[in-house]
Design a protein around this ligand. Structure first.
Ligand code: XMP
Length: 319
């Protein structure tokens, strides 16, 4: 792709100018944005870059292994894998306000990055895979009076005081452009085509207070749902699909017993840039089959519903 080849050259030049001989750490989230940012930075500044993968205990099933595997296996980029589930889940305990959850996670990300930077003897810069829509949505929805819809952790969710400067080489790009850049940089197609995954992870797919038990239930339901989507050949037709665990229990019947368990909501949308989205029009057979599998295989869920809200008026994530 001619445009992306040119962008790549220019971005590399700008990164070198900005960073000089200083050290940079780059947070990897499991999503395509931070992965592309990391590979681009590595090309620009080589071993001045260290990647940090913070496992905050809010990842999906198998996610930590996939990300660490890609970076340690395919690339020679130094990667620090920080196990921080106790830290994040401890701080989130009992917190049910969506913005407070986001702010807490944003603050802990930065504290973790700062602590890791200190271990490396200090780093001047923190690199992030922030995209243009993240910038817009964290500031204002309309460009008019500033109304924060939600503080994306990598923009508005950052604390005001931070002792590293930001490097955000993708700040002017939309998702489809980041994917094109990822291909240009030779990232495997399986990674480039991944659905977006938000930095705050499963915390914002567990409305209300997050617990390990709920996360565990959600992870299982989500994995089954995505498995069904892949088997049906729908993964690439969907922008993003995931399960949400509602903080509501309802009555059901299984075998000859009464159940009283959680409701799982399924979400799937099509979109071009994440700024607007339409719910995905599954056929009922697919939904029925996915629901049956989730209820049969996941202890703790006895009811499944499908979210038919587009954006606007909904947002893609539930928090
Ligand atoms: P919403 O829910 O605002 O999401 O309609 C739009 C897109 O952004 C993703 N998202 C995030 N990504 N950090 C991220 O890196 C965040 O804090 C965050 N919040 C939402 C969301 O998954 C969707 O693709």
């Amino acid at each position: 792709d001619w445009t992306m080849a040119a962008f790549r050259e220019q971005a590399i030049e700008e990164i070198r100018q900005k960073v000089g001989r200083n050290k940079v750490i780059c947070g990897l989230s499991g999503g395509v944005d931070s992965a592309v940012a990391a590979v681009l930075l590595h090309e620009a500044i080589g071993d001045q870059l260290t990647c940090i993968f913070v496992d905050h205990g809010l990842m999906r099933q198998g996610e930590a292994e996939e990300v660490v595997g890609l970076f340690r296996g395919h690339y020679n980029i130094p990667l620090v894998h920080v196990e921080a589930a106790d830290l994040f889940l401890g701080a989130l305990e009992g917190e049910s306000d969506p913005e407070k959850k986001r702010k807490t996670i944003g603050r802990l990300f930065v504290e973790t990055f700062e602590a890791e930077a200190a271990k490396l003897g200090g780093a001047e810069f923190l690199a992030q895979g922030t995209l243009y829509p993240d910038v817009i949505e964290s500031v204002s929805f309309t460009g008019g009076p500033s109304v924060t819809i939600k503080s994306h952790h990598n923009v508005g969710g950052l604390p005001e005081r931070m002792n590293m400067k930001l490097v955000e080489p993708l700040r002017e790009l939309f998702k489809d452009e980041v994917r094109a850049l990822g291909r240009e940089l030779g990232l495997p197609e399986s990674f480039v085509g991944r659905h977006p995954f938000p930095g705050p992870g499963l915390a914002i797919r567990c409305p209300g207070a997050v617990t390990r038990e709920k996360l565990d239930i959600l992870r299982q339901a989500d994995a089954i749902y995505l498995d069904e989507i892949r088997k049906a050949g729908l993964y690439d037709a969907i922008w993003q699909a995931f399960a949400v665990l509602l903080p509501v229990q309802t009555v059901g019947v299984m075998g000859d017993g009464r159940t009283y368990e959680y409701v799982c909501a399924l979400r799937a949308v099509t979109s071009v840039d994440g700024m607007t989205a339409d719910f995905y029009p599954y056929d009922m057979e697919f939904l029925g089959a996915a629901a049956t599998r989730i209820i049969n295989e996941v202890r703790g869920i006895n009811r499944v519903v499908y979210d038919v809200t587009s954006k606007p008026p909904g947002t893609i994530e539930w928090e």
